[in-house]
Ligand binder design. Sequence first.
Ligand code: AMP
Ligand code: P6P
Length: 342
Amino acid sequence: MDDMVDSSIFPPASSVYGTTLREHVLSGMQAAPGATGQFTSLLNHISLAIRIISSRVRSAGLAGMLGYTGKQNIQGEDVLKLDEFANDVLVEALERSGHCGIIGSEELDEVRVPGSAGKYVVLFDPLDGSGNIDTNGCIGTIFAILRRQPGELLPVVDEALRPGREIVCAGYTIYGPSTTFVLSTGHGVDGFTLDPNVGEFFLSHPNIRCPARGNTYSVNEGNYSTWAKGVQDWANAMRTPDPELGSHGLRYSGAFVLDAHRTLLKGGVFAYPADAKNGKGKLRLLYEANPMAYILEQAGGAATDGINRMLDVQPKALHQRTSLVLGSKDDVARFAEFAKRG
Ligand code: AMP
Ligand code: P6P
């Protein structure tokens, strides 16, 4: 692939500044046989939307953007002003790209069909972890891109109800001390950090790989009493020092996007199992679990519903929830050993 990539767009060894997201995406287009540029344009529109959201998140407290809208979404959750803003920005960016034919969002009851009839499906959670906003905690955006099915006209929503293995691109951002954008287009995983003074994302985490094992587990232990026995046994094992890695650390922020990001970089395991309140798990399959599962697999990690590969699950509804375990291959496999006990 190297000889197909125009090396002039990559910085020379003595470069004054690093590789931008725009350059990185352009090199991906040049390496994609027959690419027309539609995918690249779509990604550039998503990148702009993320920069707009990042800017507003950072000034939310000052811009009167904190607090509730007074509305509830289909999940029955209070919609925060920032949730609605992030959703509106992403929807507009996708419509203006002209290359998105189906939009699925946590904040939209049904799929939306832009007039442009573009060839891509984009599914997203515009602002994950928004419960952390009023305490200035980390939040983020999660998205997945699939190609629309050519040929017969399906009921529109069915074009979104495809297993995660059909994803062609997934990414997420974290609006934290810095705004980071983690992206995979099927050739590994790369992380970019926004320089807000320049308005550009720069490559900061090239070729992210998830360690085979880690000593951190991330789960809401408050749900312990309502878990299946096998999951309780797993949690007890996590509280027991590992002969090789020593004791485990429990890290849980309440924002999936941050807990998954830490697990991707440091290794270990994140789990949101089914519990008494969430009989089928809490996280949404199409726009939270699947995009993150795709990224973890692209980085050499794994993701399951506790036992089965997440990307093979056949969705049945747009806002379907799922149990989710993701992270280091060995640690995800260990969870499954316990979960299979029932
Ligand atoms: P396009 O003709 O631009 O819609 O691209 C066709 C396919 O080529 C996309 O669905 C991707 O799988 C791949 N592709 C195109 N551009 C890029 C890019 N910038 N980075 C990675 N893959 C790309
Ligand atoms: P709990 C945030 O609302 C969210 O959907 C995820 O980002 C997060 O992992 C989870 O819920 C936290 O849920 O039940 O542990 O508070």
